[in-house]
Design a protein around this ligand. Structure first.
Ligand code: FAD
Ligand code: UDP
Length: 380
């Protein structure tokens, strides 16, 4: 008899397994893929270069607790990600900053002058509702069209006016020369990769792992008390209200006979090519190697569910599933797919740690808790 059947061996499932196992619970973690790590899984390719199977994963957080928690399972390699965007035949920093504007328009503005520049271009909005509003209200329509409109169309197959403001608002605008993609307090990569981190998290005698298995094929045959579910929430309920849209990506890898391929970790292509971005892994991992491996991301509708699509009608549909989830006894829904949230890794870890604490305290108080009413760390 297992105390917990955990569906999914990504960050949500692994954090829950590790925490519960440490309190003496017996856990079976099942994943339909042939490996642990979920979307963060990395491996050495044929040339011995460490690559991320499901696209580039850069760890960043403002939470000391989350950084320290994961630090029990890996050493960290400090890494600050930098991205250039190919616009008007130039490679310029994204997020848009002082250097972006000066280079793009052959200017020599100061920080206060670039503030005035943005202000002169920005369109006044009473309410910022969509991703178009989010960008146009800060930098105006021309920069929106150069950097955001077409990238977003490619990534989501939606116009930014059809997506929640929160999507484009992930990318700030800066009046200084800071060209880091993220500004979180803690930015680092697991020194030996994510898969090794997961191996360390899951190496506990109370944790059993079953791979290549859809949980629906075994849940009747395996006795367990409670389930932690981290797969797509609509699949759990057999799509009873219809399918929730998830965006997928095809990843195309290439190894090049040169030490470096591009000038920075990622180059974004808002306007040309069918792919959105190219990432060169050696920047992320710090690996030294005479060759280099890159991945091209081609967004698509069909395939593995990678991105929930944040827009009002999807939030409505998710709410119906969320209500069902709340009524489902002894099943806790957690993670990016099970709670249909566009979460980064640290948010998923934080959400899982919060759920764990709720489960433990409800057991102590003799109360039942479901997986949906939980708080997650807010980004600064
Ligand atoms: P997942 O990692 O998706 O794990 C869910 C697991 O459940 C999967 O392994 C799946 O196989 C399994 N599963 C599903 N259904 C079943 C079933 N029926 N039976 C058995 N198993 C099942 N975050 C960052 O912080 N930084 C980044 O740079 C970053 N880059 C990203 C780039 C891309 C292209 C993508 C798609 C995401 C990125 N993320 C990034 C987000 C990050 O991947 C997620 O926040 C995190 O991996 C989610 O963890 P999870 O456990 O919720 O889900
Ligand atoms: N985005 C854009 N142009 C860019 C970078 C991002 O239009 O050069 C928009 C796009 O809609 C994208 C969103 O901002 O989906 C969030 O970008 P982020 O890099 O955070 O996406 P992720 O790494 O999660 O794929």
């Amino acid at each position: 008899m297992y105390d917990y059947l955990i569906v999914g061996a990504g960050f949500a499932g692994a954090v829950m397994a590790e925490r519960l196992a440490k309190t003496g619970k017996k856990v079976l973690i099942v994943d339909k893929r042939p490996h642990i790590g979920g979307n963060t899984y990395d491996y050495f390719d044929n040339d011995g270069i460490l690559v991320h199977k499901y696209g580039p994963h850069i760890f960043h957080t403002n939470s000391r607790d989350i950084y320290d928690y994961l630090g029990q399972f890996t050493q960290w390699r400090p890494y600050e990600h930098r991205v250039l965007a190919s616009v008007d035949g130039m490679l310029v920093p994204i997020p848009i900053n002082l250097d972006t504007i000066n280079k793009l328009y052959s200017l020599n503005l100061s920080s206060s002058e670039v503030d005035a520049f943005f202000l002169s271009k920005a369109e006044k909005k009473d309410r910022v509702v969509t991703s178009e509003d989010a960008v146009v209200s800060k930098v105006g329509r021309e920069l929106y069209e150069k950097f955001f409109k077409n990238y977003t169309k490619k990534q989501w197959d939606l116009d930014p006016s059809e997506l929640d403001a929160s999507v484009a608002a992930r990318i700030p605008t800066r009046n200084n020369r800071d060209n880091r993609y993220f500004t979180d307090t803690y930015q680092a990569m697991p020194l030996h990769g994510y898969t090794r981190l997961f191996e360390s998290m899951l190496s506990h005698p109370n944790i059993h792992i079953m791979l290549n298995t859809d949980y629906k094929l075994i849940e009747q045959d395996i006795p367990y008390r409670e389930m932690i579910y981290t797969g797509p929430v609509d699949y759990y309920f057999d799509y009873c209200y219809g399918k929730l849209p998830y965006r997928s990506i095809e990843f195309k890898f290439e190894t090049i006979e040169a030490e470096t391929f591009q000038p920075t970790g990622t180059v974004n292509f808002p306007n040309e090519h069918p792919y959105t971005r190219v990432t060169e892994f050696k920047y992320l991992t710090g690996q030294k190697h005479p060759k280099t491996s890159v991945v091209y991301e081609y967004p698509k509708a069909e395939g593995d569910p990678y991105y929930p699509v944040p827009r009002p009608e999807n939030a409505e549909l998710y709410k119906k599933y969320q209500l069902l989830a709340a009524e489902t006894n002894n099943v806790h829904f957690v993670g990016r797919l099970a709670t249909y949230k566009y979460y980064n890794m640290d948010q998923v870890v934080g959400q899982s740690l919060t759920l764990f604490k709720k489960i433990i305290s409800s057991k102590e108080n003799g109360k039942h808790v479901n997986g949906h009413r939980i708080s997650i760390p807010q980004k600064a």
